[in-house]
Design a protein around this ligand. Sequence first.
Ligand SMILES: C[S@@+](CC[C@H](N)C(=O)[O-])C[C@H]1O[C@@H](n2cnc3c(N)ncnc32)[C@H](O)[C@@H]1O
Length: 597
Amino acid sequence: MAVQPFIHKRCAPPCLSDSPLRAIYRMTQIEVAAAISKPPPRVAHSQQFIQPSTDRLIPMSPSSSEQQPYLFTETQDWFSFNTDTWRGLFQHVSSPEPRVLEIGCWEGRSAVFLLTELCKAGGEIVCIDHFDLMNTAAGRERHRKLTHNLTLTGKPFRVLAEFSVPALMTLLVEEMARAQPGFDWVYVDGSHEADDTFLDGELAWRLARKSAVMIFDDYHWDKEPEDSVHHPKRGIDAFLALHKDEYTLLSSETQYQVVLQKTVDMRIGFLVSEKVGSRGELESALGYGVNVALTVDADYAIAAAVAIRSAALHTTARITFYIVSRSLPDEVKEKLKCSVPTGSSATVVFVELPEDGVPVPREVTWTKIAMLPYLPVERVLYLDADVLVRADLKELWDTDLQGKAIAAAMDVGYPSGHDGVNRSPYFNAGVLLIDLAAARKKLDSLVTLAADMSGSKLKDQDALNVHFADDWLPLDLAWNAQGLGTYAAHCTPERAALKLDGMSTDPKVVHFTGPLHPSMADVLNPFVQPYGGKPWGYAGAPGHPFGEEWWAVCEDTPWKGWRSSGEYRELRARKVEEAIQAGAMTFRQRLAEALEA
Ligand SMILES: C[S@@+](CC[C@H](N)C(=O)[O-])C[C@H]1O[C@@H](n2cnc3c(N)ncnc32)[C@H](O)[C@@H]1O
């Protein structure tokens, strides 16, 4: 159902007192005398819900002046013209027992309406108003009328006789302890100061459940210029800008009230010490997320998109992806950004390495060393771009490094190293949890080693194994499942010692090890059949049990349709031809060398 246009307020509310002092200035001599002579009355119902007994239930009949039981000041009606529009908004509230929060309730016209109509079948209201902190006769009178009026509804209510900010803070602390925290309907109608309105909106937003309806009054109040800091519009606009992706707007710019429906989960955003239940709760309140780094060049952009998307899909914690590159084209960057699933809180940050940065060999595989001083964090989970994430990375992120600089999984291809780096155990560098502060301490010696080992068989992986020989923690192989469907299935005495079963059946991170575009020798190698390869290479990843899962994720990235595209067909044909040419050349060279010998 379409929302009815709002009727503009016929008369604006009077300049309401925002501080007890200002209120006192506006009082008559008699009121001041009365206020000073009388001690502030106890606020009988300010801290608890009132559950009126049934014999006090009085049917609401506001139209009949004879039976009119409510104490409303006739000339101070800033609400009644909203009733039809608000009734039209009730359809957005799904809770059978709506919880309502109102900031600024005066004598309770809107509160009574909400209790008797929105909460007809159940629900409750919390009203916040300062009542001039009961130092004024007028404030005390408003409080009396309000509690009288709310009591007459027969519905549960609670009045917090405070300024809105401390009252909302109290509620935030209390709501932490509730099994089902939050409110379904929030009405912000308190102070007109822009900053107060902004703060009211902010704090109330944290108290608003997902799908809650939130209404700001006085968007076009006519007592002050709309661009003034003394006008609510400035505060409301700031609030709307800050939360722009978190609500559906149900009103239009010209309407007197701004109406939103919240589309994101409720987040209280802080904890008090006695409410710390679990480590997870604390971390979520602290807002710390998982930092993931990927090193990307044009050949690996599509793979990085799949890695990013699969990681964001499976990880509950917030992730920041640091994409480390040299001169990655802007269109590729844009596509990588768009690979994050819609609605995910994950963000993508591009880290461009300077030309005169860490002097390691130029190939992209060495970038994982070159990036170490440039990542703007202290801990990072490095992932090779050729991975498919299938589990929540938070679990891996939470690994206690036990004082080691890095954590890594054993290399399935060479568990004991190889001729170039003959040592055991030997790790795979495709998934590395790195304590950057620790790793940076010895960066100079790592860089020197990298230069010395630039020609080593497995390049950066060899250098990292030598450098971190006694400084790495072994990870479960499920976090870096290598060679699946190919060499991992070939049992060797070294591999027999590895626990490959868990890795094969339900890997958490699948690593498509093997060349992007295999050589002729790779394809013809009788000992590794089917041969290894990357899903997006010319040969695909034949025999790999997770190849199709990789393509399924790829279909949801900006590279959707790539597999059946003419561009990919042409690339494959070109790479096959290159493999044949290179293979034939190697064959001729070897033959010539053999004949010469
Ligand atoms: C326009 S009236 C509310 C009218 C009410 N919602 C209704 O529909 O009848 C605004 C109220 O906000 C209260 N108010 C103003 N500044 C406030 C603040 N900082 N904290 C709490 N209440 C405040 C005033 O005391 C006043 O009762």
